[in-house]
Design a protein around this ligand. Structure first.
Ligand SMILES: NC(=O)c1ccc[n+]([C@@H]2O[C@H](COP(=O)([O-])OP(=O)(O)OC[C@H]3O[C@@H](n4cnc5c(N)ncnc54)[C@H](OP(=O)(O)O)[C@@H]3O)[C@@H](O)[C@H]2O)c1
Length: 264
């Protein structure tokens, strides 16, 4: 299969590029800086926030291979801290990277998939894309946006042989934690005294989380699956359990439970 993955410089992207290439697929991946290259993987330059970069990257794969079977919208980042104190520029960066980045690549690849009446698009959401997380409110907002976009797009393209798949990872140990942009000024810490405990706690959970190779193994099966599910939650049992609880419990009870879990 011809597979294009965004953001293969680290974490999930790197693990998926290695695994899918080892599986025998033809793998293209985007980066936005110089990195050590995996043998057999084709590297393209793209900042996902830039629509033209997405169009050029997709076109160069189609020009070389004639098609793209699978697009994996993986690139992303997080901003953290009390929502009230996160600067406007960081909020835009969050939405432009995590949401608009996926939109740019979907819009670039859809005409080719539509004309072949075939293709699969994996959109990286998060457990934080189905429940709002404290001190990651904009990250959650960006992933809720991905969820709504993917749900709508799946219905629009279902009769065209295109399959949209949402990937919702729990906590994984990747470069994501150290790349997080945090707004923890003195003023923010005074106004939200629990924020440091909470950030330390969720960053600890991430650093001791599952390995990206585990996720890459699951993705390896999803890309070849003829009839993939619409949503895959790839997380520990406890993280998965929080989601049925969100449906069952009254809203405020669920918020209190999440607040307690996140030391808020
Ligand atoms: N790790 C987790 O616990 C977790 C949980 C749920 C969901 N996710 C999601 O999984 C996806 C991958 O994250 P990860 O955990 O693998 O983090 P990571 O190790 O930090 O990798 C993120 C990748 O995205 C790229 N990227 C960031 N901003 C970009 C931009 N503007 N243009 C192009 N590439 C950009 C990074 O490139 P640079 O190296 O150039 O920055 C890097 O290759 C993200 O969508 C994230 O939200 C992660």
């Amino acid at each position: 299969m011809i597979i294009l993955i965004t953001g293969i410089s680290s974490g999930f992207g790197l693990a998926m590029a290695r695994r899918l290439s080892d599986d025998g697929h033809i793998v293209y991946g985007t980066v936005r800086r110089e990195v050590e290259q995996l043998p057999g993987v084709h590297y393209l330059k793209a900042d996902v926030r830039n629509e033209a970069d997405a169009r050029v990257a997709v076109k160069s794969v189609v020009d070389a291979e004639g098609r793209i079977d699978v697009l994996i919208n993986n690139a992303g980042m997080g901003v953290g801290g009390p929502a009230e104190f996160i600067p406007e520029d960081d909020i835009r960066l969050q939405m432009e990277t995590n949401f608009m980045g996926q939109v740019h690549f979907c819009k670039a690849v859809l005409p080719y998939m539509r004309s072949r009446r075939s293709g699969k698009i994996l959109c990286f959401s998060s457990i934080g894309g189905v429940m709002g997380l404290p001190f990651q409110a904009y990250y959650s907002a960006s992933k809720f946006a991905v969820e709504g976009f993917a749900e709508g797009l799946q219905i629009e393209t279902a009769r065209m042989g295109i399959k949209i798949v949402l990937i919702e990872p729990g906590d994984f140990a990747t470069g994501f934690t150290s790349a997080r942009r945090k707004s923890l000024s003195k003023e923010a810490l005074e106004a939200y005294p629990k924020v440091l405990d909470s950030v330390r706690s969720f960053e600890n959970d991430e650093r001791s989380g599952l390995k990206p190779e585990y996720l890459a193994g699951r993705i390896s099966r999803i890309v070849v699956c003829k009839n993939p599910k619409f949503r895959y939650r790839i997380a520990t049992f406890i993280q998965k359990l929080s989601l049925p609880l969100k449906v069952i419990l009254p809203g405020r009870t669920f918020s209190r439970m999440i607040g307690w879990f996140y030391k808020q």
